[in-house]
Design a protein around this ligand. Structure first.
Ligand code: M6R
Length: 341
């Protein structure tokens, strides 16, 4: 049932191009009427990271205000203003997310869910469900479901802003992901280097910061290496003290308005002795001058880099965990769906 793959996680990563196309065909032709023009995303874990990316994309492209809340913290400070609440949940059964949905509803808000499981509790609480078409995800680590959540979010943001040009670019993204899957040996090689460390720092700026957070979560979840994510500009406010030969840094680089300052941050990191792995795109000829290794991905619109970079970071976590002999599909102490608060 693993279709020839050694683990469900690797199989599910390889399903991503198909999942992207299926999720796109589910939502491309629909009209979105989500009620208010203010959004509050609530979610946990990887789904929360999808919410952070949603904030970036919706605020930047559709120019509508977005808040993102970790569901388990939401009860302590529900926003006073009416809004459309969007609960992101693969399983549709995460207790904290369900609780936040119930509270949002009780306070008179409109509640929508982006969910993967038909008939799940989230879909029964919500006024409306936007389904992701990831199919069953067996591995505890969320991979294809995360990308399918992002696809729904992009379609929503681009439709809200009538950006047909961006929708057209989105339609090509599955082909770009396929290229990453066809060239994964480079990622496997660099996993060999990372697998020997006890700590890793992930950095990003702008839209790449939540990507870095998701990369770090995937790494700690399955390889048991302590991994933290920081906005690159925040390192000098404390974490610089951690840099050096025992703290490699994975830099998620995007060629948008953050690029130049990100290069500066990378130079500052290198000057403090850390090994730096950059994730950038194939047209970036500058980056290799400053780092120890570059994973080059197909060049896509900067707004869509969370997709390409996350797939690369999922593979990086997978191969690192494999080299460390971890039980990849069922990491210790974790459950696929967290049904207790
Ligand atoms: O089913 P959900 O999307 O509500 O689950 C939320 C988190 O438990 C989940 O994303 C978790 O963080 C993943 N296992 C991480 O890979």
């Amino acid at each position: 049932e693993k279709g020839g793959y050694e683990h469900f996680m690797l199989k599910e990563i390889h399903e991503i191009p198909r999942v992207i196309d299926d999720t796109l065909s589910e939502h491309m032709d629909r009209e979105f009427d989500l009620g208010y023009d203010k959004f509050v995303f609530v979610a946990c874990g990887t789904s929360y990271h999808a919410g952070l990316i949603a904030k970036h994309v919706i605020e930047k492209v559709a120019k509508l205000p977005v808040r993102v809340e970790i569901a388990s913290e939401f009860n302590y400070h529900p926003p006073p203003e009416r809004a459309t609440y969007i609960a992101i949940t693969q399983s549709g059964e995460t207790a904290d997310t369900l609780e936040a949905m119930r509270l949002a509803k009780k306070l008179g808000n409109r509640v929508v869910t982006i969910a993967n499981v038909l008939g799940s509790t989230a879909t029964r609480i919500a006024d409306e469900t936007l389904f992701t078409r990831a199919g069953p995800e067996i591995s505890v680590a969320a991979t294809k479901s995360f990308i399918s959540q992002l696809i729904v979010i992009y379609v929503l943001a681009f439709k809200l802003s009538n950006r047909i040009d961006l929708l057209n670019e989105l339609e090509k993204i599955s082909g770009e992901v396929r290229k990453i899957l066809d060239n994964k040996e480079d990622i496997e090689d660099v996993a060999e280097i990372l697998s020997k460390y006890r700590n890793l720092m992930y950095v990003g700026r702008g839209i790449a910061y939540p990507t870095a957070m998701e990369g770090a979560l995937k790494m700690k979840e399955i390889s048991y290496i302590h991994a933290e994510a920081y906005p690159a500009g925040e390192l000098k406010h404390g974490p610089f003290a951690l840099l050096g030969k025992d703290m490699p840094v994975i830099a998620c680089v995007v060629r948008d308005e953050t690029y130049e300052i990100m290069l500066n941050n990378i130079k500052e990191i290198k000057a403090r002795g850390s090994f730096v792995l950059a994730i950038s795109d194939e047209n970036d000829e500058e980056i290799e001058k400053y780092v120890d290794h570059v994973v080059k991905l197909p060049a896509v619109n900067p707004l869509l880099t969370p997709i390409t970079q996350s797939v690369a970071l999922q593979l990086l976590a997978y191969y690192t965990a494999k080299l460390r002999g971890c039980e990849i599909d069922k990491p210790r102490n974790l459950a696929k769906s967290v049904t207790v608060e």
